[in-house]
Design a binder for this molecule. Structure first.
Ligand SMILES: Cc1cc2nc3c(=O)[nH]c(=O)nc-3n(C[C@H](O)[C@H](O)[C@H](O)COP(=O)(O)OP(=O)(O)OC[C@H]3O[C@@H](n4cnc5c(N)ncnc54)[C@H](O)[C@@H]3O)c2cc1C
Length: 260
């Protein structure tokens, strides 16, 4: 791996100030370090976010559950506050990867990376989250912009994610047996104004399944046709048709959990 400079700032201001040239923020390193090792990512300045207190913590703020960007998946899974307020989100976090991944991987890293098979993007989209950064706020509806692409500008740093607290939330995923990433994952959140459904794993990026939302709201799920999109993923793990089929099955599983 080419040499790089390692920095571990103690404040947000320092971290943002340190970002110049070929720099990258380091969260748990679960995606970034392998990308550097394999030469997919050239980094000259690695800015470790782990010593910045402002990026940690989980709290309720009005109708939102606010989770710091550096909060590890295991912390969300074990948080009594998350378990009591959005239990389906705690279960989603508990189903990410394996114990090692959950102890290192972070919410901010997952959203910034926006892997098309990751779980948290589906939760953020279904839960109408806002992504709080050093420069302002992004709505989840605008944040995810396709495969590994987000609305973050160069050097923009995620501080926290504010999930809207729903009446109910459930997530069902058909996981890849080796990585545990989603071959298809469906998150459903029920709000006063209607349901929000987000799908991960099956297309180039996470997306809202608006036809499913309308069918659920109308109590007419049986009338929902097959999932159709131009960007369905077909690869050695699963064909596009199979993934679309799985999305439908995961939708039904999530809905079953929602009414339990
Ligand atoms: C074996 C394995 C299995 C996995 N299984 C799953 C799974 O089942 N489901 C799932 O959803 N995920 C899974 N993951 C992904 C994992 O959970 C992490 O979320 C993901 O790898 C990101 O890692 P990280 O948080 O360590 O971020 P890093 O790797 O440190 O960073 C990832 C990217 O985000 C940027 N970044 C990090 N933090 C911020 C911030 N606060 N602001 C702006 N940019 C930032 C970095 O610069 C980098 O570009 C798996 C990963 C591995 C290695």
């Amino acid at each position: 791996m080419p040499a790089f400079q390692y920095l571990r700032p103690a404040s947000l201001t320092e971290a943002i100030g340190a970002f110049r040239g070929d720099a990258a923020y380091l969260a748990g390193g679960h995606t970034l370090i392998p990308a550097m090792k394999t030469g997919l990512r050239a980094v000259e300045r690695l800015i470790d976010l782990s010593a910045i207190p402002d990026l940690s913590g989980i709290e309720r703020r009005g109708d939102r559950m606010v989770v710091g960007a550096m909060v590890r998946h295991a912390a969300v899974a074990h948080s009594p506050l998350v378990q009591a307020t959005i239990p389906g989100l705690a279960r989603l976090a508990a189903g990410i990867g394996d114990p090692q991944v959950r102890r290192r991987g972070t919410l901010g890293g997952s959203l910034a990376n926006n892997d098309p098979a990751a779980d948290y993007p589906a939760a953020a989209l279904a839960l109408d989250a806002t992504i709080e950064t050093d420069r302002g706020t992004h709505l989840a509806d605008d944040f995810f912009q396709g495969m590994f692409a987000t609305a973050l500008a160069e050097g923009e740093l995620i501080r926290a994610v504010a999930f809207r607290i729903p009446q109910a939330f459930a997530y069902a995923k058909f996981r890849h047996p080796a990585s545990r990433y989603a071959l298809a994952g469906v998150a459903v959140a029920r709000f006063g104004e209607g349901p929000r459904v987000a799908v991960t794993g099956v297309a180039a990026g996470v997306f809202r399944w608006t036809e499913a939302e309308r069918a659920i709201a109308a109590g007419a799920l049986a009338s929902l046709g097959p999932l159709e999109r131009d960007d369905l993923i077909g690869d050695l793990h699963a064909s596009a048709e199979y993934r679309a089929h799985l999305a439908r099955v995961m939708l039904e599983r999530a809905l079953e959990e929602l009414v339990r």
